[in-house]
Design a protein around this ligand. Sequence first.
Ligand SMILES: [Zn+2]
Length: 464
Amino acid sequence: MDKLIQNGNVVFETEIRRCDILIRGEKIAAVFAPGAFSGEAEVIDASGLYVMPGTIDPHQHLGLYKDLGDAFRKDTPRQAVGGLTTLLNYHRGKGDYYETVQEAIEAGEKNSLVDFAFSLGLCAKEHLNELRGYVDRLGITSFKFFFDKQDIAHTFYDLPEEAALTLDKADFYFIMKQLREISPELLLCVHCEDADLFRALQKAVKEEDNPNDRYSLAGFEKTRPDWVETITIGDTMWMNHIADGNLYVVHTSAASSVEMYDLLSGTLGGKVTLETCPHYLVLTKDSPCGLMGKVNPPLRTAADNEALWEGIRSGSVKTVGTDNVPVWKEKRYEPGDDIWGVYVGFGGPGMILPVLISEGYHKRGIPLTTLSMVNSTNTARVFLLREKGVIAPGYDADLALVDLDWEREITPELFGDSDFSVYEGMKLKGWPRYTISRGEVIQKDGVVTAEPGRGRYIRRHVRP
Ligand SMILES: [Zn+2]
């Protein structure tokens, strides 16, 4: 039976209008003026709710510290509670990507509640001979480059040193050119932190051996200050201009980086998209999470939070990804309990939409239309998710029906597949009463209503 979402305030790209949305099967079939539809349909009453495209999270690391299938099964239900309908996971590591991506697709289709795609880490020289094959055979159109792993890719991927990419500027330039030759739509996601610089700064902080630094995020931040990111973004944007590439800067953390983008983006060629994360919008190096908040790049200051919000408002920051890494506390401490030991990364499942609504709309007055673009539409476009992220006939019926006034505190039931949260105790106002994925209600009032294993791998294509 068709579904009719009735009386909602529908958030389109540039306006919010009271509309009814007809869903037929997995797709949006029509958008009507309120009351104009006269056929038979199961009605979902959206009075007082704001209907937005479901969240698309472009940045996750399911399977990094834990089994991938497990992470899909246990973490994606929590993500749906936050309004998420699609995620992109970074796939990287040893082995033949044609095989390992296939295994990851199976793990996802068996266990994920929501739709998913992969971005592929480039770390072996051999990967560069296969780029076209990854696009054509695996349906992957986004890749990842790690400046922070310069000269050490072989240790992460279990490769002989000579088989690994150096991951220096020259590698970036040639890879971007190669992608550009296959298609201008292919995206290179780049971790912008200069390894020579942070290694030298780590050494200096270690030698200084200030006891206040050793157990604090503020100490950790000294090893990777804002400018280590900012100058790498500047260099990379300039090389992207020379290569006429399609650059995507992951997890932008610093006010100075937004400034660098604003300075260069008007004059340089190529496309550039800046992503930030919920933690760079709401947490600082002084937040109560302490070293549980260790992440690269580091948490910084309230001024950086504000600059990133202003970047969202102005359109300089176009997407938000969680950098979600399901992990146990105990695992984090395995190598040691100070800034040199603790592993990086933490969970943040389903945090994008509640953070955008609570902190962006309620606290800062950023229009819902802008936030909705960041939450979904911009991400769908840049990652070539061509049937997602828009409320219009023909698109997948992936929707979040948001109650702007529903306030929830982040408690263990919202941690997902992790046993801690850097957001614990935070109160966020603005949660979805319903999450709908391809026409199916997968979450209602915070309770998951569908079975994991219904999510589908999204094979992506470039235009011929
Ligand atoms: Zn990441």
